[in-house]
Design a protein around this ligand. Sequence first.
Ligand code: ADP
Length: 379
Amino acid sequence: MMTRGDLISAKRIVIKIGSSIITDEKNIIDDTFLKHLAEQVYKLKKKNKEIIIVSSGAVAAGMMVLKMKEKPKGISEKQALAAFGQGYLIAKYNDVFNKYNMLVAQVLLTSEDIANRKRYLNAKNTLENLISKDIIPIINENDTVATNEIKLGDNDNLSAEVACLIDADLLIILSDVEGFYDKNPQQFKDANIIDTVTDVNKYLKKVTSKTGTAVGTGGIFTKLQAAKKVMIMGIPCVLAKGKQQNVITKILKGENIGTFFIPLKKSISHKKYFIAFNVKPKGKIFIDDGAAEALLKKGKSLLPSGILSATGNFDIGDVVEIEDKKKNVIARGLVNYSRVELDKIKGKKSSEIEKILGYKYEDEVIHRNNMVLLTEKFI
Ligand code: ADP
């Protein structure tokens, strides 16, 4: 299992800066923090580390410059404020990082850029290009165009997507808490910090559950989601308090600081990750018990014979969910047939496909290689 000591050799590092630390107690951009961030990044770059920053703070910057006391409530007002503030935020990064002879670039992303394969590759290539030119990408969600449907909604998840996109060696999430606690530290004085997390699902369930002892929700939920995403891809994550001396360099020395999320040894492939997380399913396929057993226990592909019915307007190549008779969604995969075609071949033998449709793409409706079992550890 990976240890904190292994973080010393991490080369490509994604650092997420939360809105709670980019501003100070007066809600203005915290120059001292940014300067210390630049200082640490500078030292790391001297050691040939590659640094990618995901930063919140556009709205806060906008409010600061316009001397606004309260966040606007309307969506377009908020988006306008983010657009205005983003320029200011990047200008700040530019100023501070330039003093250390480092160059920065603004990169704005939405979940669509990650869910669409072509855009995904484009985003990846752009980031790789910036990194190779020694320019530090400063990434934020593209609030100006993002509607609710295409919004990732939080920079924690965005930072995890970015880390997976560019095969990072480490994700560091800097926030206003020392780490992940067994209870919400703002409500409970006796909350204890958890040093190491291996089974993140255990905590994710608690954080969302409305019953039982109170465990914090809010900001910590998306941080656990982010940790889970990278852990599945074999990337470690550290959640730590941003405003402490040399926090990043200490993490990279393997020091015991914040919460360390240990990744899976056997991670899933990019393709399977894409199917499991990045794409919204277009429909659902309902299967019988025999098919469920074949998928879960025998590692088989999904054939038309085990299919009972389907819903949704999916086409060839879309992602669909697979549900068993107990109403459990057991897998996700890329379909080889459209909904219309599937309605004709469901329940039939693969050898009958050509006779029924007049053609045949594949024997399988979903091939094993294009399928992720949602029962795999963590998912
Ligand atoms: P950021 O702006 O850095 O993304 P958030 O305010 O969204 O930060 O999330 C961090 C907050 O989550 C902490 O300040 C803390 O109040 C809250 N929180 C709730 N439950 C927990 C927990 N179990 N462990 C740590 N923090 C928690």
